[in-house]
Structures are given as structure tokens and as C-alpha cells.
Design a binder for this molecule. Structure first.
Ligand code: PHE
Length: 358
């Protein structure tokens, strides 16, 4: 531990003995002076800093007055050394005992000052989960009950997993430099979590049911409804005889668990290269902004395109599946009535502690 000592302190004067001490008389005079100095310093030390400063000034290993004096023992005439040594030791022991007592006095003063040691301590801020993490945990919990497990994939991804394996045509606008952050050498920051579909199907033989949460990146402006980096949650189920009915039933069940039993859902047509047919799901929610219930699109979904199954090495005549991708930030905003996505990135404790103060 480094103790920083306030400099203008009477306790902070390290006095090295500069004059050479080579007679018993001079030795004993100096010993006497140190003893008197200790008698001044130690009883006056009322704080830990003072006691420590007194200890350093008197017996400190580098510059303590006693330490310096000990060095001159060797310069005394032989016949005087024994007496000098004995007197020196007696003073050293007494000073160390006085310092010990000063320390003990400090700590007992501290304990007696506390009126009631069983009083609860002052409350302190221990942190909280981010609203998006709360929502992600909850969604994962709902799907876990249905036998889904968590799968993760890299954020720096190969173009092939992000686009090629997902059946994007070579001239798809999403692949434009305008929308995608390329890293060079065939890699990019993944623009969605769908590449985890392919990685999962390559690694595990069906039947599979996975959820893949993670961050994705797009060249977007940072405004009230867009962020250039945001969380996504991918879902994938592949088995024999999976149909659009499985997709609708599962996602509707999820929406009711998340937003409440009576929640209505509807599916509208959409397009993604990696699903066929593709849909978007909307839920009817009241955002609590006084405008009443309205339809909110929360995810894109569809049946896994046979080309994706084949890219992952599966026989698309035997296996089929469904997938979805949603933005947990949007769900968190609808759940908590947050109207500006930037609040989720500001790390303002006053905002964040409203959601999950532990
Ligand atoms: N990856 C799509 C997106 O980012 C969402 C999606 C995932 C759609 C899975 C269908 C199936 O918009």
C-alpha cells in the first residue's frame, strides 16, 4: 500500500543524522533526542496518517532516525558498543510499543464511534441488466421451454455465410458497400444473425432447434429508430415435416407469452432470399403512449429455403425448417415505452437503473 502523506505536516520530517557519531557520548545524546522526539510525535498522532508518518520518521527502514543511528554503532570504540547497543535496543522496543499502542488506540476509537454495529450499511449501486438484456433473457427463457438451445456465431463473418450460403443473388442491394461494413479478404461485419443458421446446420445434424442472439452491423445513420450496431435474435427449427403451421403456432405462442395472453398476431407477406415463403409478424400492442393499441412489426420469418439447407450439406427433400429474426431492442422499446433507440446506447445510469435495479 502506498500512503500519500500531506507534506506540510510536523510528522513528516525525516531526519537523517548527517554528522558522524563516533563517541558513546554523542551516540547517547542522539538516542536521547530521538526518544524525546518520539514522546512528542506519537501521543499527538490522532489519525492513521499521523501514526504512519511518525513510524516512518522514527523507525522507517529508509530514513527513520533510529535506523540512521544504528548505522553509526559500528563507528563507536569497541568497548562502548555493548552499552550503546543495549541502550539503543531499549529505546527501539519502547518506541515500537508506543507506535503499536497508538495504532490500537486508533482502531478502538473507530469501533466505539459506531453507535450500533448491526445497522444496515449505506445503500450502494450494484448495477443492473440493460433493458435489451432483460428482454433477451426473457425471450430465451420462453423458447427454452420449447426445447430451443442457444447457438453463437462470429460477428466478423465470411461473406459466404452472411450472403452466399443464404441464397442472396450476386447483385442483391444488401451486399452493396452502402449497407455493409466490409473488412476485406472476403470478410465483413455480419449484417444479420442468419449466418448462424448455416453454421449450426453444418455442425449439428437435424433435428435442431436453436436461438442465436448477437450483435449485427449495418451502415446506418444513428437516429431515433436506427443504430449502426444492434442486437438480433435468430430462431431456427429444422426437422422432417416442418410446415408454415409450426412457424405460426410457435411464434404466436411466443407473442402471447411475451405480451400477454390475449395478444393478437398477424402475418403478412415479405421477402428474404433465404426463406420461401417469407413473412413478417405483427403483434397488436398498446405502447402506453396514449394512442391505444396498434400493430407493430416485430420479426421477419419464413420456411428455410431449400438452397440454404443444401448449402449447409443437408438433403432438402428430406429436411425442412422455419426461421425467424427479430430485434430485441424493438421489443424492449415496446415493452417499456422507450421512444428513442439512442437511449439504449447512452449508458446513462439514471435511465438504465429504472429497469432492473438489483
Ligand atoms: N435476417 C433477417 C433480417 O435481418 C431476418 C430473418 C431471419 C428473416 C430469419 C427470416 C428468417 O432482416
Amino acid at each position: 500500500m502506498v500512503l500519500r502523506l500531506p507534506l506540510p505536516s510536523p510528522f513528516f520530517t525525516s531526519e537523517r543524522v548527517m554528522t558522524s557519531i563516533d563517541t558513546l557520548e554523542a551516540f547517547l545524546a542522539e538516542l536521547d533526542r530521538i526518544e524525546r522526539r518520539a514522546a512528542d510525535l506519537v501521543p499527538a498522532a490522532s489519525t492513521a496518517t499521523d501514526v504512519e508518518a511518525a513510524r516512518i520518521a522514527l523507525v522507517g527502514r529508509e530514513s527513520g532516525a533510529l535506523t540512521a543511528l544504528a548505522e553509526s554503532l559500528g563507528s563507536l570504540p569497541r568497548e562502548d558498543r555493548r552499552e550503546a547497543g543495549q541502550r539503543f535496543n531499549a529505546v527501539r522496543v519502547a518506541i515500537e510499543a508506543a507506535l503499536e499502542a497508538a495504532w490500537a488506540g486508533l482502531s478502538s476509537a473507530r469501533t466505539t464511534a459506531v453507535a450500533d454495529p448491526t445497522m444496515p450499511s449505506r445503500p450502494f449501486w450494484r448495477g443492473a441488466r440493460h433493458p435489451v438484456s432483460i428482454v433477451l433473457d426473457e425471450i430465451e427463457g420462453i423458447f427454452r421451454e420449447l426445447g430451443f438451445t442457444i447457438a453463437l456465431g462470429p460477428e466478423a463473418e465470411h461473406e459466404w455465410y452472411n450472403f452466399g450460403a443464404l441464397n442472396f443473388p450476386a447483385d442483391h442491394p444488401a451486399m452493396d458497400l452502402h449497407d455493409t461494413l466490409y473488412l476485406g479478404e472476403g470478410t465483413l461485419l455480419r449484417t444479420h444473425t442468419s449466418p448462424v443458421q448455416v453454421r449450426t446446420l453444418q455442425a449439428y445434424p437435424p433435428p435442431v432447434r436453436v436461438l442465436a442472439p448477437g450483435n449485427v452491423y449495418r451502415r446506418d445513420f444513428f437516429d431515433a429508430t436506427h443504430a449502426p450496431a444492434f442486437a438480433q435474435l435468430e430462431g431456427l427449427a429444422v426437422d422432417e415435416d416442418i410446415s408454415f403451421a409450426d412457424l405460426k403456432a410457435t411464434l404466436t405462442w411466443f407473442a402471447r407469452r411475451f405480451y400477454g395472453q390475449g395478444t393478437r398476431t398477424r402475418f403478412g407477406p415479405s421477402y428474404f432470399p433465404f426463406t420461401e415463403p417469407s413473412a413478417q409478424m405483427e403483434v397488436e400492442v398498446d405502447l402506453g403512449d396514449g394512442r391505444g393499441a396498434r400493430w407493430l412489426e416485430i420479426l421477419g420469418c419464413g420456411l428455410v429455403h431449400p438452397a440454404v439447407l443444401e448449402a449447409a450439406g443437408l438433403d432438402s427433400t428430406r429436411w425442412s425448417g422455419w426461421a425467424f429474426g427479430m430485434g430485441p431492442a424493438r421489443l424492449a422499446m415496446s415493452r417499456y415505452g422507450i421512444n428513442d433507440i439512442r437511449l439504449l446506447y447512452d449508458s446513462d445510469v439514471r435511465f438504465l437503473e429504472q429497469f432492473d435495479a438489483c
